[in-house]
Design a protein. Structure first.
Length: 279
């Protein structure tokens, strides 16, 4: 009844990832039969069509000195379309290996999936956008959609555009747009019944030795965007929210000692915090 497909890179400790993702999968399985398929880079793509986009190199969260994004948004949609092509259940959820699911985000995903199954809408794009919407929101459906979220995508299969239709559209847009999954994933469906959902899904930015708490994962996720003065400026409200969020006041977490910047330099975390607190 439900296909769960993984695409992209395998990242960080897989035992911890599986422990976290199984929390979501356990709840999804209550809605019906679930088939999990892994189409990761490399072996998982052996039955894919040839990729027409520049795949670039490793991203900034792997090797800061080897940032070459290529046409990553186009590549991600190409991977998604191939995963759709190789599965056949009426509902499909695309996950990333580095998704981190909080208790509240699991409830949101399950609720949205139930609504898709019941015909209330056709597709939900999930993400944790700290530059748009209410800061730290646990559940917000955006009424005005400017780009989509792409951490998790849940869809009714019959509402998705064909492989050829989507690829044709992607080949007609600008190169800069092909860098962003937020722009490219818009083209997978023409349905008017779609949701852009903000919730507390994070991306795992560190390899943890032990299962981390939500505060730690959120901190590492937010701080990963502070790789330039522009990034620090944009993330300042999010990091201020983080420092002042009352339910986390007495929860311990480990601060980074430094952060690698896009220009190749390293910034001490104390200097970063001073910049965040400055007017």
């Amino acid at each position: 009844m439900i296909d769960v497909v993984y695409t992209g890179d395998i990242r960080h400790d897989q035992k911890i990832k599986n422990e976290n993702h199984n929390l979501l999968l356990r709840e999804i399985k209550k809605l019906g039969e679930v088939k999990v398929s892994e189409f990761y880079n490399g072996v998982g793509e052996k039955h894919f069509t040839d990729c027409p986009f520049n795949r670039g190199g490793k991203d900034a969260y792997w090797h800061p000195d080897n940032l070459r994004r290529g046409q990553g948004g186009g590549v991600q949609v190409w991977q998604y379309l191939n995963a759709i092509r190789l599965t056949n259940n009426p509902y499909v959820i695309r996950l990333r290996n580095d998704n981190w699911f909080t208790e509240s985000s699991i409830k949101v995903i399950v609720k949205e999936l139930k609504e898709i199954i019941n015909g209330k809408h056709d597709i939900s794009y999930f993400g944790s956008n700290w530059l748009e919407g209410n800061m730290g929101t646990e559940y917000q459906v955006m009424t005005k959609i400017k780009g989509v979220e792409d951490f998790v995508i849940a869809a009714k299969r019959e509402a998705l555009n064909s492989y050829d239709e989507v690829m044709s559209k992607l080949k007609s847009i600008g190169v800069n747009h092909l860098r962003s999954g937020n722009k490219c994933f818009e083209f997978i469906s023409n349905s008017k019944k779609k949701h852009k959902v903000l919730c507390r899904i994070y991306l795992t930015r560190q390899t943890y030795e032990d299962y981390p708490n939500e505060k730690q994962v959120c901190y590492d996720y937010l701080i990963s965007y502070c790789t330039s003065r522009d990034g620090i400026s944009k993330m300042k409200p999010a990091l201020e929210w983080f420092e002042n969020y009352k339910p986390w006041k007495n929860i311990d977490y480990k601060k980074r000692e430094s952060i690698d910047l896009k220009n190749g330099y390293t910034m001490n975390i104390n200097k970063l915090e001073r910049l965040i607190k400055s007017k």
